[in-house]
Design a protein around this ligand. Structure first.
Ligand code: SF4
Length: 384
């Protein structure tokens, strides 16, 4: 059921011809290729992309917004997705039949999505339902493989984003007593805590345990209302309570603004918590002179600082690294994908198998059908 990726395309120009080109030439030729392709191509850029890639994006957004934008650009035959693999899969699930989705570098994965292999989730589900029967709803975060979205669609579950996790959990608990949430434990725990669910009602599923039954015993208990897959984002878990304390000590007026993929204690001590779009919105509407310490991917924080010189924007962590996988998409790979399109060669096409697509769409459609599903996380987590 895994996504198939295109193998080398006959006649396509190899990446080796592009790898060592000077930056100025890459930039010039990328603009030229974009002009030649016109509205036959749409370039989508995730907020975490670097500036030298994002400048070519026709639209920017978070993963779900970009997948929707792809489907809403019917004139585009090719969707070049500057993001990571699960995002390109989502765009392929939602795209129109005449479109193809291209990921400029297939190594652009997501370490969090990779922490939840479909077969491991299926095994956990089998063990949990043997004990809990049909009292569980599976919920997957958007940051997961298409196979997991399909798993949720097939088992009465749903997809959530960091914007609508609260609405999704409300829906799931109205339906059944328990939620099995994957792959990001932090989004699940932080959202449920903001809803008033006590930590004692949450249990973690350690997918790496040698003895799955014994080491995950709490997940089989009657009191487990939320079973959290022990996955995490390697970028957002770099933020710590110590950094929050240091930022406040340096400037008592600073506003701590973080993403819900951050650890529990960081979220508990932040002023505002929300999705990528929420973070952008908070900075956009703040008065001049506002000081921010932001806990999310550094390329976005850096861009917010450039776009809002009237405010003092900095990262919560001084020496934070960018998301390594997101940054696999570089100007040379983007040029390689676009110039090949001008020659009629579709390289790095992402194609989700039809049977996976069918059930993944069920879970995505269920998310869209939820009242408040498109609403931002403000009501769920923002605090003043
Ligand atoms: S920032 Fe985290 S969740 Fe997002 S792509 Fe990178 S590793 Fe995955």
């Amino acid at each position: 059921m895994s996504t198939t990726l295109s193998t080398p395309v006959d006649g396509a120009r190899p990446f080796s011809e592009f790898a060592s080109l000077p930056a100025s030439e890459i930039r010039e030729r990328t603009w030229a290729a974009k002009r030649r392709l016109g509205n036959r191509v749409v370039v989508l850029g995730h907020h975490y992309q670097r500036e030298s890639v994002i400048e070519f994006a026709d639209a920017r957004g978070d993963s779900f917004k970009l997948a929707q934008l792809a489907a809403a650009s019917p004139e585009a035959q090719w969707i070049v997705f500057c993001g990571v693999h699960f995002m390109a899969e989502s765009a392929d699930i939602l795209r129109q039949p005449h479109q193809a989705v291209i990921l400029p570098d297939l190594r652009a994965g997501c370490s969090m999505a990779d922490m939840a292999a479909a077969e491991d989730v299926a095994e956990a589900w089998d063990r949990l339902t043997r004990v809990h029967g049909d009292t569980i709803v599976p919920v997957t975060y958007m940051n997961s493989t298409a196979a997991l979205k399909a798993f949720c669609g097939e088992h009465g579950g749903v997809v959530c984003t960091s914007s609508n996790a609260r609405a999704v959990l409300e829906w799931a608990w109205a339906k059944r007593a328990r939620v099995f949430f994957f792959p990001d434990q932090h989004l699940g725990r932080n959202t449920a805590t903001a809803m008033g669910v006590p930590l004692e009602a949450m249990a973690e599923w350690d997918y790496r345990a040698e003895d799955l039954e014994r080491q995950n015993a709490r997940c089989f208990g009657e009191g487990a209302r939320l079973i959290l897959w022990r996955g995490f984002c390697s970028v957002h878990t770099k933020f710590s309570l110590q950094q929050v304390r240091e930022a406040r000590a340096a400037n008592p007026q600073v506003r701590i603004l973080v993403h819900p993929e951050c650890p529990f204690d960081v979220v508990q001590h932040a002023d505002l918590v929300g999705s990528t779009e929420f973070i952008i919105d908070q900075v956009r509407k703040a008065p001049p002179g506002t000081a921010w310490a932001i806990g999310t991917e550094i390329n976005l924080v850096h861009r917010l600082g450039l776009e809002h010189p009237e405010q003092a924007v900095r990262s919560l962590q001084k020496n934070v690294c960018p998301c390594a996988t997101m940054n696999r998409i570089d100007p040379a790979h983007l040029l390689w994908a676009l110039e090949n399109l001008t020659l009629g060669h579709v390289v790095n096409k992402v194609a989700v198998p039809e049977e996976v697509k069918r059930f993944a769409r069920v879970a995505l459609d269920q998310m869209l059908a939820l009242k408040g599903a498109g609403a931002p996380a403000r009501a769920a987590m923002a605090r003043d």
